[in-house]
Design a binder for this molecule. Structure first.
Ligand SMILES: Cc1cc2nc3c(=O)[nH]c(=O)nc-3n(C[C@H](O)[C@H](O)[C@H](O)COP(=O)(O)OP(=O)(O)OC[C@H]3O[C@@H](n4cnc5c(N)ncnc54)[C@H](O)[C@@H]3O)c2cc1C
Length: 377
């Protein structure tokens, strides 16, 4: 077992980390605009795991995770990093693997450079964790499919150029009657709603999306008809394995700030870091970060090896990072005292960006179900 990064991995991590520090940040409370997406694209982050022949980085899961972690450790806005990760992992991996030519070739260069933005449209009002309950249909009609339905929480929706959309093509076949489509945002009958007012992750805009008699050519089908659940599961394994890496990066930056503060802040004539209550809190924060990082790297490595256990390993990693990130967020607030609770300090307000990790890409309860199934339960 080798825990060292290769020279190439170290070079890429350093490059992304340095570039993240120079990137313009979204205005407070606002999503990142196209200019920021394109600036991020220039450092390679928007195409990390997309094919090299289409301008991507050609990275596997572990290198993708290292890149996303470095992006946030270098200071990138968490909401913007989440937006990029959703574009890349829930959408880019699926489009690269399953979109048919020429749709695939048309999209991949833009996705890699950040000029084309992708969104994933699965969740509906009555189908959250239970994606077997989708009501959106895509019924064949001549050379097209006609899509009808409403998607309730589409990250990147307001900016998206293409929506990886899941819809029922064979209503009697249940989850196996699901198909995936690469739907261009300008398609007639597609309406993207105004940005949702969310409690956090401001750097990423989300919207409801309505399909009304939305006609798309058959060539926009991804994979074969009825293969939508397989396309979705594969993209979710990528997302669960790699996306939490952005929180490893934010936890690392946060821990560094906390340690610096504990060294500088004095009370009762001593540095607060000299009080065991504070130093042990920081030690626990470090232990949570390092242990969840190991689980995440291992899940990514298993995905790269093509292991059948990668899905359960990704679930384990996602739960560990989510729990560590929330607990570290609360501890960081404690270390900073009242100052940490001030808006704009980047301590208390960070919690708003961390808590939804227990919900998106499959809730923590659903991840525990996957872990339990992996144990034969
Ligand atoms: C920030 C953010 C970004 C998102 N981005 C996207 C996106 O880009 N595209 C998209 O399609 N969706 C997106 N979603 C939606 C997300 O995928 C769903 O919120 C998630 O799947 C849970 O569905 P739900 O919110 O309807 O909760 P529900 O499924 O209603 O769950 C409510 C509660 O019940 C629990 N529960 C439900 N079923 C079970 C079970 N079988 N066993 C145990 N507990 C259970 C859940 O764990 C949860 O605690 C996003 C959500 C968030 C918060």
């Amino acid at each position: 077992m080798d825990f060292d990064l290769t020279a190439e991995q170290r070079r890429r991590v350093r490059h992304i980390r340095d570039a993240a520090g120079r990137l313009p940040r979204p205005e407070p409370g606002e999503p990142a605009g196209r200019d920021i997406w394109q600036a991020a694209g220039e450092c390679g982050i928007t195409g990390l795991c997309l094919p090299e022949e289409h301008g991507g980085g050609g990275c596997g899961a572990l290198d993708t995770a290292l890149g996303l972690e470095a992006f946030c450790a270098g200071g990138a806005d968490t909401g913007f990093a989440f937006a990029i990760a959703a574009h890349l992992l829930a959408c880019g991996t699926a489009l690269a693997e399953h979109a048919h030519e020429p749709v695939r070739a048309d999209l991949l260069h833009g996705l890699s450079s950040g000029r084309t933005i992708a969104a994933n449209a699965m969740t509906e009002d009555e189908a959250g964790s239970d994606v077997g309950r989708l009501a959106t249909t895509a019924l064949p009609d001549g050379d097209s499919y006609v899509i009808n339905g409403v998607k309730s929480f589409v990250s990147n929706g307001p900016l998206a150029d293409v929506l990886v959309t899941y819809a029922v093509t064979a209503p009697a076949a249940g989850f196996l009657g699901l198909s995936a489509f690469a739907v261009p945002a300008g398609s007639p009958g597609l309406r993207i709603g105004p940005p949702l007012a969310k409690a956090g992750l401001d750097g990423c805009a989300a919207a409801r999306v309505e399909f009304t008699e939305c006609r798309v050519p058959r060539g926009y089908l991804m994979g074969a008809e009825g293969q939508g659940s397989a396309v979705f599961q594969a993209s979710m394994t990528w997302e669960r394995a790699c996306l939490p890496a952005i929180y490893l990066g934010t936890m690392e930056a946060q821990l560094h700030r906390c340690v610096t503060h504990a060294r500088e802040r004095r009370q009762f004539g001593r540095r607060i870091g000299d009080f065991q209550a504070v130093s042990h809190r920081l030690a626990t924060m470090k232990q949570r970060l390092e242990s969840s990082r190991l689980l995440l790297y291992r899940a990514c490595w298993q995905l790269d090896q093509g292991s059948a256990d990668a899905g359960a390993a990704a679930a384990l990693a996602k739960v560990a990072v989510a729990e560590s990130a929330v607990a570290n967020g609360v501890d960081a607030l404690q270390v900073f005292g009242a100052k940490g609770y001030l808006a704009g300090e980047g301590v208390g307000d960070r919690l708003r960006d961390v808590v939804p990790m227990h919900i998106f890409s499959g809730t923590t309860d659903i991840q525990r179900e996957i872990i339990a199934k992996g144990m034969g339960l």
